[in-house]
Structure formats: structure tokens, C-alpha cells
Design a protein around this ligand. Structure first.
Ligand SMILES: *[C@@H]1O[C@H](CO)[C@@H](O)[C@H](O)[C@H]1NC(C)=O
Ligand SMILES: *[C@@H]1O[C@H](CO)[C@@H](O)[C@H](O)[C@H]1NC(C)=O
Ligand SMILES: *[C@@H]1O[C@H](CO)[C@@H](O)[C@H](O)[C@H]1NC(C)=O
Ligand SMILES: *[C@@H]1O[C@H](CO)[C@@H](O)[C@H](O)[C@H]1NC(C)=O
Ligand SMILES: *[C@@H]1O[C@H](CO)[C@@H](O)[C@H](O)[C@H]1NC(C)=O
Length: 313
């Protein structure tokens, strides 16, 4: 056990607390598949603020959270700063340490980026973790950022305000996003679980996010992989980003283990979890002011009286 933890710390691709458990996405696996996470990792996977969720836009509540403020997301760091890998669960990119940060937008602090990874489907009918108005999308990109009030991400994972995850829903499009291509092209090198080091970043992270970053959903949730720590402030952008059919096939070509044991790493998405009593906020489509006017009878009466007063004067 110690050895295992140590190895992951040394490799640095995932913090020890995220890596030390075994799981997979095989629906028929009654030992490690998603259907048993809630019982196997029941300390948190069976909690009441789990992710992902289904977003029913009619049940979201408008809230002005202010703008998210990114620092350095539009810059490309110099030198060979990336670690890229197939970690048996996902295609993950570790960015230069603390290369960009995000704050504002109602986030409980300043968060430094740690990594990003993808979730995708076996075919185009599914793959995103969050679903919106009953619609599943073929893939979703998650940025994992940790609260700088803690010393490191391992420590942040122990606190309910420790992580800010940003979800970008990907939708099939014909125009290839060159930034996405630049990060995904190494999939051919990590068909079987493997890590590449010292890869040069060529495109900025802002290019992996929609232009409109003001319109988003916000809710309190968890990591979507065991042990599903309930420490995540979720931001899911309303606007999607395009991914091409070819880029999706790069992701689907990965295997979840070595050549003998591995099967296609597909449908790497956890089923949506109960909302329970949580609110899902949206920062856009502000309800018209007039609709709010007549919500209280007193206000309504006042308006009518003012109207009458105006008419008779
Ligand atoms: C988790 O499951 C184990 C084994 O089934 C059980 O002993 C334990 O009480 C459960 N813990 C929680 C928090 O539900
Ligand atoms: C994170 O910080 C804690 C507390 O200082 C320390 O014990 C731990 O080794 C650190 N972990 C990593 C991965 O640096
Ligand atoms: C990835 O694979 C391609 C094609 O085999 C090869 O040209 C390239 O050098 C590899 N890149 C890395 C970083 O291993
Ligand atoms: C939210 O997303 C929907 C669906 O993609 C789009 O039609 C709408 O314009 C977006 N709203 C904002 C404010 O960006
Ligand atoms: C795959 O992993 C298993 C278990 O660790 C090992 O027995 C087997 O030799 C490996 N196969 C290849 C081709 O590496």
C-alpha cells in the first residue's frame, strides 16, 4: 500500500488520494464497475451531494455570481511542461504546476489548475457526465483546480471547498479545434496505460473553453470518480465546444489495461446522481423584472394603485 501511494506521488500524475483505489467503467463488472461504487466506496460515493447530475434548466435558479476571473489561461508556458497519460480511466493532461488560476464567479477562493481529463462514450449518443434537459453529449472535458488556501491538492481534497471543477461539454462538430487537437494527438502514444513526460504545450487553455464563460451552471457536488469526495464546487459552461468525429475516435481507441487484459476504454462516464436538496444556479437568462413584480400581493397592489393614480391625474 505504501509503495503504491509513493509511486503515484513520485509520478505526480494523480494525487495519492485519487489514485489509491481500483475502479473501472465496465457496466458488467460487479466488483469495480460504476454500479457498485456506491457500496464499495460508500464513505463518500453514497453521499448526498454526488456528481455528475442531470441539469433540468427549468429547475435552475438565476443568480448573479459575477464573472470568473482567469489568470494566465490565455498564455502558453515555455518549455516541456506537460505530462500526458492514459491512467486506465481517462486521458489526462497534467498542466505546468499551478500554471493558471481561477477565482470569482462565486467560487470560494482562488483555485490553481492541476489537470484536465476527458469523459466520453462508446458512440455519439452518450459520453458526457452532466446531461442537460435529458440530452447526453458525446464527451465532456473537466478541469480540476484546487483551493490555494490549502498547501496542495491532496490537502484540498479533504475539505468541502477544496476543489473547483470546470466542465466543458463537447459536441460533435466539423471544424477541428486546433488546441484540442494539440492535446489529443498523443492518444496514439498511450493506447495502453502509459505516461508521457516533458511534452511542450503549444496552445492556450482558454482555447479549450467556450468564448462565453459568463453563462454557466453552478452547484455543490463531488469528484465523479471513486472515492467521490464531496469537495467540489462545480461550474458547467452553458455553451458547448466542438469535438470532431476523428478526435472522438482517438479517445475511443484507448485501452483500459495492457494488451492482454485491456478492453476499449469507452463509456467513461458515471451515471447521473440524485440531486437531493441541492440548488443548481445559472448565471444567464435572468428572469424579466416585471415577472418578479407581482410575486408579492402588496407590490402588485401598489403598482395597480400607482397606475390608477396616474390615469386619473
Ligand atoms: C459501507 O459498507 C460497509 C460494508 O458493506 C459497511 O460495513 C459500512 O457500514 C458502510 N458504511 C457506510 C458509511 O454506509
Ligand atoms: C501535501 O501537504 C501535506 C501537509 O503538509 C503533506 O503531508 C503531503 O505530503 C503533501 N502531499 C504532496 C503530494 O505533496
Ligand atoms: C507518438 O507516436 C508518433 C507516431 O508513432 C511518433 O512519431 C511520436 O514521436 C510519438 N510521440 C511521443 C511523445 O512519444
Ligand atoms: C445557452 O446554451 C444554449 C444551447 O446551446 C444556447 O442556445 C443559448 O444561447 C446559451 N445561452 C447563453 C446566454 O449563452
Ligand atoms: C498484462 O498484465 C498482467 C497482470 O499484471 C500480466 O500478467 C501480463 O503479462 C501483462 N501482459 C502484457 C502483454 O504486458
Amino acid at each position: 500500500m505504501m509503495d503504491k501511494v509513493l509511486i503515484f506521488v513520485v509520478i505526480g500524475l494523480v494525487p495519492a488520494s485519487m489514485a489509491a483505489v481500483t475502479y473501472n467503467y465496465r457496466p458488467d463488472d460487479k466488483e469495480y464497475g460504476p454500479s457498485v461504487w456506491n457500496t464499495k466506496y460508500n464513505v463518500s460515493c453514497a453521499g448526498k451531494r454526488q456528481s455528475p447530475i442531470h441539469i433540468d434548466t427549468t429547475k435552475t435558479v438565476y443568480k448573479n455570481l459575477g464573472a470568473l476571473q482567469f489568470t494566465n489561461d490565455d498564455k502558453v508556458p515555455n518549455g516541456p511542461t506537460l505530462q500526458i497519460g492514459n491512467n486506465k480511466h481517462s486521458y489526462r493532461v497534467n498542466l505546468k504546476k499551478d500554471y493558471f488560476s481561477v477565482k470569482g464567479g462565486g467560487l470560494p477562493g482562488t483555485f490553481n489548475v492541476f489537470s484536465f481529463h476527458f469523459h466520453w462514450g462508446k458512440d455519439d449518443t452518450r459520453g458526457s457526465e452532466h446531461t442537460v434537459n435529458m440530452k447526453k453529449y458525446p464527451a465532456e472535458l473537466h478541469f480540476v483546480n484546487w483551493n490555494t488556501k490549502y498547501v496542495n491538492i491532496s490537502e484540498a481534497l479533504k475539505h468541502e471547498d477544496g476543489i473547483a471543477a470546470i466542465g466543458v461539454i463537447l459536441e460533435i462538430g466539423n471544424d477541428e479545434n486546433p488546441a484540442l487537437a494539440s492535446f489529443l494527438k498523443y492518444a496514439v502514444n498511450v493506447t495502453y496505460p502509459k505516461e508521457l513526460y516533458n511534452i511542450a504545450q503549444t496552445h492556450s487553455i482558454a482555447d479549450l473553453m467556450p468564448k462565453n464563460r459568463e453563462a454557466f451552471y453552478r452547484y455543490d457536488g463531488s469528484l465523479t470518480t471513486p472515492v467521490c469526495q464531496e469537495v467540489v464546487t462545480w461550474t458547467v459552461f452553458n455553451n458547448t465546444m466542438p469535438i470532431t468525429a476523428n478526435q472522438l475516435s482517438l479517445l475511443r481507441s484507448l485501452k483500459d489495461n495492457n494488451a492482454t487484459l485491456g478492453v476499449a476504454l469507452v463509456d467513461t462516464h458515471r451515471p447521473v446522481q440524485p440531486l437531493n436538496n441541492r440548488m443548481v444556479y445559472r448565471t444567464f437568462d435572468k428572469p424579466p423584472v416585471t415577472a418578479g413584480c407581482c410575486l408579492t400581493p402588496t407590490v402588485c397592489l401598489l403598482i395597480i394603485m400607482l397606475g390608477l393614480f396616474a390615469m386619473f391625474n
